[in-house]
Design a binder for this molecule. Sequence first.
Ligand code: C5J
Length: 241
Amino acid sequence: MPNQIPPPLTVPAEPYDFGFDVATTALVVIDMQRDFVEPGGFGELLGNDVSPLQQVIDPLGRVLAAAREAGMTVIHTREGHRSDLSDCPPAKLARGNLDVGIGDRGPNGRILVRGERGHDIVDELYPLPGEPIVDKPGKGSFYGTDLDAILHARGVRRLIVTGVTTEVCVHTTVREANDRGYEVLVLSDCVQSYFPEFHRVALAMISAQGGIFGWVTPSTYVLDALHSVHDSAADPVPALH
Ligand code: C5J
């Protein structure tokens, strides 16, 4: 076994403590788009109540601020398609037999189409200049995107995953990341689903069997860890005599 230096930050998690550092970890914010989180979007068109998803905005906003202050890589994703829908598989377009579906006009513009208001990220969590936005055609954040290349270029090996929905785009991304060798921590109060039972079981599936896909913890532990980085950076340097 090669000697491994343990990561300097450790948080309690299921199924056991998760170690990470700021330099090799990225915060990934998945699909916090109006089309999923606000009325009039794709989520509501599918018959869902979107209000549970709005509960993650506050805790996720706090994690986002702490990650930015600590200097951690932050990556945002958006699910959606080219305006001519040429990257949308016919099966995805047809799914659900919807009267109004992907590419059709809704209150926030054309549904899940890039450049439309509904496709974009909610104001509260809007990316800062320099934070990569990964536009993805599918549920997973790696499929059909350059996310892996971006992470490799930055030396990122661990992901702290947040966003919506727990059992769809979050889960698919966690599985894709796990198979690519990333260590993944999911923040239980910063992910949500239209279905409480799916949310609960999806989180349980990640940490079961010794962490078969990764780790799960509430955001408070990660906030404390990130604040400790920021606080120690702010400590005055002792004077040399
Ligand atoms: C869905 C997503 N649920 N971001 N997308 O269609 O989870």
